[in-house]
Design a protein around this ligand. Structure first.
Ligand code: KIV
Length: 271
């Protein structure tokens, strides 16, 4: 199987080509320059400036409070760190639901002011017209189905979606509608693995799964979750690749001990 070349810039057509080649797509979130540049050096394919930043960066209880201006600020910071990856920005709650015109203007700001290369919108049938409007203006759109966190209050929490036969049918229909509206990929969040498999096999654009099993065309995680930095929840679907929160706490405790005992700074660390 051929794969993306070492320093090849990842573009929207390349993401679609990866599905055709059977090459899995990797995506992680970043909200600032430093994280974005490290993930880019690690050759992650898609760097998502997620509205999850409302929780893991800003400390809110859900993703609803983050504003478009804040998303653009985070995108500008991440932009400076990204050379290779495709940079995608989440459109925040109420920046695209009011009207297709407002959505297009706001999507445009993510590219013009933030430097994003694509935007992500949550939802199915109800936002198909909006997605089409953005896509025909030349702005690539990533869809997001299943557990769409901006609807947390409507769902009554962050539970599994698409588990009833009716909900599964609706999700399959929504995936087809998003494909027809022109999305270049879609996130499938917290749905049964077999439903994600069926959807992935039924559409030509890549599915990027989170809590959606192994059959998606790619996988995304919130970086602060998989690094063990955001420790508020321990989620079954998150593989912890590091314990960075514990490492930082340990380093800060050592620094504090050294300062209080007078062992830092030493003569060698002084001028
Ligand atoms: O906001 C976010 O980080 C996301 C991912 C979890 C897909 O939407």
């Amino acid at each position: 199987m051929s794969t993306t070349k070492q320093n090849q810039k990842i573009t929207v057509p390349e993401i679609i080509a990866m599905k055709k080649r059977g090459e899995k797509i990797t995506a992680l979130t970043a909200y600032d320059f430093l994280f974005a540049s490290i993930l880019d050096e690690a050759r992650i394919d898609i760097i998502l400036v997620g509205d999850s930043g409302a929780m893991v960066f800003a400390g809110h209880d859900n993703t609803l409070p983050i504003t478009l201006d804040e998303m653009i600020y985070h995108t500008r910071a991440a932009r400076r760190g990204v050379k290779r990856a495709l940079l995608v920005t989440d459109m925040p709650f109420l920046s695209y639901q009011v009207s297709p015109e407002e959505a297009l203007r706001n999507a445009g700001r993510c590219l013009k002011e933030g430097g994003a290369e694509a935007v992500k919108l949550e939802g199915g049938e109800s936002i198909v017209e909006t997605i089409h409007r953005i896509v025909v203006a030349g702005i690539p759109v990533m869809g997001h189905l299943g557990l769409t966190p901006q609807s947390v209050h409507a769902f009554g929490g962050y539970g599994l979606q698409g588990s009833s036969a009716e909900a599964a049918e609706r999700l399959k229909k929504d995936a087809k509608l998003l494909e027809q509206a022109g999305v270049f990929s879609m996130v499938l969040e917290k749905i049964p693995a077999l439903l994600a498999k069926e959807v992935s096999e039924s559409i030509s654009v890549p599915t990027i799964g989170i809590a959606a099993g192994p059959h998606c065309d790619g996988q995304v995680l919130v970086t602060h979750d998989m690094l063990g930095l955001y420790e508020k929840f321990r989620l079954k679907f998150v593989r912890r690749y590091a314990e960075v929160g514990a490492t930082i706490r340990d380093a800060a405790e050592k620094f504090s001990r050294d300062v209080k005992s007078g062992s830092f700074p030493s003569a060698e660390e002084s001028y």
